[in-house]
Design a protein around this ligand. Sequence first.
Ligand code: GLY
Length: 376
Amino acid sequence: MSKFYVELKKVVDDSYDIEVGRNLFDTLVNDLKGELGVGISKYAIITDSNVKPLYGDKLYERLVREGFKVDLISFPAGEKSKVRATKEMIEDEMLAKGHRRDSCIIALGGGVVTDLAGFVAGTFGRGIPFINYSTSILGSADASVGGKTAVDTPLATNLIGLIYQPKKVYIDLATWETLPKEQISNGLAETIKHACLADKVFFEYLEEHIQELLEPNGIHNHAEVCEHIAEKNCKIKYEVVKQDERETNLRQILNLGHTIGRAIETLSDYTLLHGEAVAIGLAMQAQIGEKLGYVSTEEVERVMKLIEKAGLPTKLSDDMPTDKVVQKLYTDKKVRSGKIRFVFQEGIGSVKQFEDENYSIALEEDFIREIIDEIR
Ligand code: GLY
């Protein structure tokens, strides 16, 4: 018998740049010709069926013209594609096309694309580099930044995945101009979440400007609002992730509105978009928070009004019985010792900190059921 101690302490530098701008293909090409492309022999652009005809084909042709070896892999758009079967399809296609450990993935699209492609990158050849090129408000506010990658399972969203950081993130505001109105609203839910949990001044800014983005040509005509929103989202998220990358505690605050949000997104079989589900979850945590004394009635009204201004729902639909919602809450990643946990905003622009510096609190099932019945 023998026993070995494997000493393997690591210092890892996973720092990366986030570049916010318009029409960033030139920047990307220059970066790939420079330091970002060092050691890479081949690129796989991973995108979805909505983004491929808009930007995927163009990026592919551009990279081919620039002399890069590149493949373009697309899957059907929508949350329902964010599953293990799609991951396998992409992996098999990459293998068949000769991708190996000297490849790099360019995830081109919204949150579904960057979550899925990042997860592929994290396990392909035991980990290859990936770059996020975000083309949606939702993706730029949340999924493209912070390194969470995942797929959904029939039980719930994002249960299988990795924390795996991209080498660079591009947020191309020009691509927001091709978003349909429902996707503009969809993206704004995570933006409202950031304002609720971290920045009162940003919340007031959104109260003044959010509706401008939903006007006809609103994204084009209010480029400065888009830029401000994109930068604020990145900064707020970055401040949290740099302190707690692996969500041991603080990063849970980015789950504001997601305890109920994720549950109803899955229950709706993804007929609710992620942002719509989060909007309802945000409205409900504010109302539950009011009962618990964390926010005032006036603050709840402001949160509800801002969500409505963004064209998002605040109420559970009748076809979602309270019992089913409560049961689904047990699939949440924050559940500890069989208890459902919630994050709450405190006033506007801050989060409630509980005993032992915890940022989430366990609530009894009966209390949750009662309160959902009352506010729904
Ligand atoms: N989407 C929440 C987080 O990145 O932690």
